[in-house]
Design a protein around this ligand. Sequence first.
Ligand code: ZN
Length: 336
Amino acid sequence: MKRLIFILAVAAAWCSSALAQSSNEDLKRYVPILPSVKAQFFDVDPKLGYAVKNVGRDMYVISDNMWQSAFFVTADGVIVFDAPESFGKGIPAAIAKVTDQPIKYLVYSHAHKDHIGGSTVFKDIKDLKIVAVDGVAAFLKEENDPNRLIPNVVFADRKTITLGGKSVELTRHFYHSVEGDLFIYVPSAKFMMAVDCVTPGYAPFQGFDITANFGQYMKVFAELMAYDFETFCGGHLTATGSKKDVEITEEFTMDVYQTVKRVHNNLDQNAVVAQAAQIVGTDNKFLLFKVVLDRVTSDSVKELQPRWINRLAGVDVWMESQVRAAILYVRWDDKY
Ligand SMILES: [Zn+2]
């Protein structure tokens, strides 16, 4: 028995070291971050865990180089946009360094906890207005998460906050989360915040920013470009961006969509299935279908990767997931 346990222990150790080695090799296949993107990293003080950047006209963006939130200083108080769980607790101190004005509003871009899971730091602020669309408010009420304060100012489609003679325009969109997403627009600062759609310098995160609706995601760029803004805040990573970043992400998205559509619709699926069936038979229908989807994926990635690898960071990491997200739309929603 002892001997068997010894053999099993040796086998387990070997397996885990073999696994570790192969994952090290896998990691080395990825390219270094583009220098142009690295140059945009916020200069984060490791003790604080975040950095604050004035993007002009009383508008500030806070980042820990992974998540972003923002705040707007007016003559009658401060409006905060999102409180990420990573550095949320530092936001009041970051604001206090810039202004003596009290925090009057907290606006939620959407319900996801990585963006608002630090909101409890605001729980003792008297008369704080916590603003969200109705879908987000209903979800948070039901979820009753102690880390996400429940909104007390709820609206359906659009709302304008006026404070200290300045305004913030909130409009509901559907490009990312099931509960609803906001465009947060500050006209006097020419500032637009739309979280989880465009990440300046980078390809979108996995599967077009884990969109719940790729059809709506493809519309977000035109919806953003209709506004007059100079600074774009996407809620993630390092840099703030501009309209140019929205345009590049749209070009990327439409290239993936059109490539996947062409590859998918031109593939002789019967031939691919027949070839696989010669090896595995015809009983396992799921497997034969997977072979088709895998072929569309690999052919699309092979074509797209060289076109984008030197233009946006993260293409090597997430291109396959973008292609798979586009396949869901092309195969099940789109017309031929
Ligand atoms: Zn999200």
